[in-house]
Write a protein that binds this ligand. Structure first.
Ligand code: FES
Length: 117
């Protein structure tokens, strides 16, 4: 049996956190900052753009709630904060379609929160 990784099933797999917490939760939650609507818009935009091999999925909490709404794109493992439709469009156009990066929205590991053990 081969120990090589299989070929990618999706060329680009986007996970948007759509977790919701009570309104007064200390960490907040992406759904309370518009993530569900923006995820829906991103899916529709990707379809309109005719992007192939791309999957936009909802995710549970990605554990960077304070910085949200958050998404992570694989196979690169690049994280973004997205606040509005323009952000989502730029991520799709520049990163997903164009293979570039949207520096102004990219989250760095040191942006926190501290990784749990
Ligand atoms: S609620 Fe979205 S990262 Fe935790």
């Amino acid at each position: 049996m081969s120990t090589k990784d299989p070929a990618l099933f999706y060329q680009c797999h986007v996970f948007c956190c759509t977790n919701v917490r009570p309104p007064n939760h200390e960490r907040g939650s992406c759904a309370r900052k518009g993530a569900v609507e923006l995820r829906d818009k991103m899916k529709a935009m990707a379809k309109d753009m005719g992007l192939k091999g791309v999957r936009i999925n909802s995710a549970g909490c990605l554990d960077r709630c304070e910085l949200g709404p958050t998404m992570v794109i694989y196979p690169e493992g690049v994280w973004y904060r997205f606040e509005n439709e323009a952000d989502v469009r730029e991520i799709l156009t520049t990163h997903v379609k164009g293979g570039g990066r949207v520096a102004r929205l990219m989250m760095q590991p040191e942006d926190g929160p501290k990784k749990g053990g």
